[in-house]
Design a protein around this ligand. Structure first.
Ligand code: SF4
Length: 427
């Protein structure tokens, strides 16, 4: 049996798909990437209206091109719009986030017995087997799910539930097994990782323990909220195993907007956190998320956001146009910003992101980077990322995929295109 996966959204979704693909493979299925398949699994996202639209398009396209295939839809759009998906009749199975980890068993039971009842399976956010056969060179490790913050624009607490931490020992075992299997980088991911808590183990202690796991591998902390990290934690970034890069979500550079977003920090506190990080690692790479066009955002407060983004110098700003989500507080706030204004503002913020990236790349030019080779194309061009999450290319001379190489990052290419800007590396 052939199974094909389509994943939308965040790294937590990507982790879950990787683990499910590995499970199907271990269960004797062939995992195919595109083309014909007997089963299609769509792991959805609902963070914005655009995400919902993309998920619908993917489902319709699969049903149109593969009328006889079995389709299972899961993920955050299921938890947000379950009735709509069931009524559409486009998928054979509609499986919520809490039962996503049982998806293989549900589909396998279907083929053995002709039908399966997803509601009959346990809800478990973490019972995924270690993913060995994944779609990525780096191993994603889910450590946390759900959120209790209820930022006024965010639908995630309603579709991923309350903050829940995966048992620390499961995380350590997961990492040992993927490192033993040959992975060179593990990416810690979760909905609100900074709030991780398992008994006496908080996020900082967890990362410290992971650093002490034996093996030549690198640890990357993916998207995280700007919690007040201790100096002890920030000092850990001086360890060569811990990648000096974090994607810390700012959302707005205006205190007035942050307040109405129900964010739990001010720009002064955010600035202070960034300065402390740079004290330990002046070369640290900071990236972020910023929402433009939040209800009530004026030209003045938008300008404050722009000035703050320049001041901190994020090397990448993932810019989101505010998207009204049913059931969130912001959806009923006054002074909703017109779409045209949101589009203008997101273009301004993208230009700032490009300027910042150029500045950070110039700062890093000529330094040594330890690159993880993620792919080598037919012309022998090797591509991958350095510890600072800088994209690097070089002409391979016998190196192999999924191996580290020390390089001097010299020339910068594609300076006008943020998505394609990269370094040429010299061994
Ligand atoms: S911290 Fe805020 S933005 Fe992040 S998942 Fe929780 S509610 Fe959403």
């Amino acid at each position: 049996m052939r199974v094909s996966f389509k994943t939308l959204g965040c790294r937590v979704n990507l982790f879950e798909t990787d683990a499910l693909a590995s499970r199907f493979k271990a269960g004797g299925y062939e995992v195919v990437d595109g083309g014909e398949a007997d089963v299609f699994v769509v792991n959805t996202c609902t963070v914005t209206n655009t995400s919902d639209q993309k998920c619908r398009q993917v489902l319709h396209q699969i049903r149109r091109n593969h009328p006889d295939a079995l389709i299972a839809v899961t993920g955050c759009m299921v938890n947000h719009r379950k009735a709509e998906l069931i009524q559409s009749g486009i998928a054979d199975y509609v499986i919520d986030n809490e039962r996503k980890s049982a998806l293989f068993d549900i589909i396998d039971e279907h083929f053995k017995k002709g039908y399966s009842d997803p509601e009959g399976y346990d809800r478990d956010l973490f019972s995924y087997q270690p993913a060995f056969d994944t779609f990525h060179t780096r191993s994603l490790i889910k450590i946390h799910d759900g959120c209790n913050n209820f930022c006024s624009y965010c639908i995630i607490p309603m579709v991923r539930g309350r903050a829940t931490s995966r048992p620390a020992n499961d995380i350590y075992d997961n990492i040992r097994s993927v490192v033993d299997h040959g992975f060179k980088e593990v990416v810690l991911t979760g909905v609100n990782m900074g709030r991780y808590h398992d008994g006496n183990t908080d996020f900082e202690t967890l990362v410290e323990h992971i650093i002490n796991i034996e093996g030549d591998f690198r640890i990357r902390v993916s998207s995280i909220e700007p919690d007040q990290f201790s100096d002890r934690f920030l000092q850990l970034f001086q360890h060569e195993k811990l990648a000096p890069h974090m994607h810390i979500c700012l959302q707005s550079g205006s205190d007035d907007t942050l307040k109405r977003m129900h964010r739990f920090y001010t720009t002064d506190q955010f600035r202070e956190l960034c300065q402390r990080i740079k004290t330990f690692r002046p070369d640290f790479n900071l990236t972020t998320d910023i929402i433009v066009g939040f209800p009530g955002e004026t030209e003045t407060t938008f300008q404050e956001s722009c000035d703050f983004a320049r001041e901190i110098g994020f090397s990448h700003i993932h810019t989101f146009k505010y998207s009204k989500r049913t059931g969130t507080k912001a959806a009923s706030m006054p002074d909703q910003v017109p779409e045209t204004v949101k589009t203008e503002r997101s273009e301004v913020m993208r230009r700032i992101s490009l300027e910042n990236k150029r500045r950070y790349f110039e700062q890093m030019k000529g330094t040594r980077e330890r690159m993880l080779i993620e792919r080598i194309d037919a012309n022998g061009r090797a591509r991958g990322y350095g510890a600072h999450y800088l994209p690097i290319q070089f002409s391979a001379q016998g190196q192999t995929k999924n191996s580290f190489i020390e390089l001097t990052i010299s020339d910068i290419i594609n300076k006008d295109n943020e998505d394609r800007m990269a370094f040429i590396g010299k061994p």
